[in-house]
Design a protein around this ligand. Structure first.
Ligand code: NAP
Length: 240
């Protein structure tokens, strides 16, 4: 469809699946990651070859405004923003270092402010645009031992609802997708096989979600009427 789509955290997991889904639609992509730039560049090459699209890659900390300004100086047009990059931290709040708290907040929440501050003026000028934020069920209900993560995703949900109201007169929709347990590195880094098995037993669908299922939903939200805005849509296999 030749839209210009920016996706953060596209080197792995959910962001990578979302990038693949938009590429198959024929959209040009701006893909960001923090560290795994070689993997992202290789993936971008495959997407360009398979789909006949243009893909630009950037190594950038989404929690750093100056780096994002540099990225946006190389982008001339933007139709869709997918704020997906995120990090988790599991443990008692009192055991958390101040630097860990700041890293969660800057990656998961400050990044939305920075990216929207840079992208929205271009969308307002065109009087069209879509912003989709990847959130978590913990942003809806909160999780023990994930207080910072829950607070950051609760912030993502409120940011989504508030910005949707601010941008509705400009014909720009802002929605969030609150994921349950999706099978990615994020969970494998923080949870043992036994933890994952216990989680699976609690999920009515009796399995973790896949990155492709989240990507399919993101695509559907991107195609939904612009009148659907300010929504936090949950995808969790009936869990929470
Ligand atoms: P993941 O597999 O750990 O991948 C994280 C991605 O974010 C990677 O591409 C990583 O880049 C990038 N990233 C991390 N910190 C960054 C930073 N400061 N600047 C730029 N990029 C950064 O994670 P995931 O499971 O796909 O999660 C994606 C999103 O879904 C997150 O917002 C997460 O909170 C949310 N979510 C996930 C689950 C789940 O069960 N997996 C559940 C609910 C919500 P590098 O590869 O370069 O490190």
């Amino acid at each position: 469809m030749n839209r210009k789509v920016l996706i953060t955290g596209a080197s792995r997991g959910i962001g990578k699946a979302i990038a693949g889904a938009f590429a198959r639609e024929g959209d040009d992509l701006f893909l960001l990651c923090r560290n795994n730039i070689e993997d992202l560049e290789a993936f971008a090459g495959v997407l360009e070859k398979d789909n006949g699209i243009k893909v630009k890659t950037f190594k950038c900390d989404v929690g750093d405004y100056d780096s994002l300004r540099e990225v946006f100086s190389q982008i001339d047009d933007i139709d869709i923003v997918i704020n997906n990059a995120g990090v988790a931290w599991i443990g008692l709040l009192t055991d958390m270092d101040v630097s860990d708290w700041k890293n969660i907040m800057s990656t998961n929440l400050d990044s939305l402010f920075y990216i929207c501050k840079l992208a929205v003026p271009r969308m307002v000028q065109k009087q069209s645009g879509r912003i989709i934020n990847i959130s978590s069920v913990w942003g809806n209900v909160g999780a023990s031992c994930e207080v910072a993560y829950s607070a950051s995703k609760g912030g993502v949900n409120s940011f989504t609802r508030a910005l949707a109201k601010e941008l509705a007169p400009s014909n720009i929709s802002v929605n969030a997708i609150a994921c349950g347990v999706i099978d990615t590195d994020m969970n494998r880094q923080h949870l043992s096989e036994e933890d994952l098995e216990e989680l699976r037993e609690d999920i009515p669908m009796d399995r973790l979600g896949s990155t492709d299922e989240v990507a399919e939903l993101v695509l559907k939200v991107a195609h939904a009427p612009v009148y659907m805005t300010g929504q936090v849509i949950t995808i969790d296999g009936g869990w929470i």
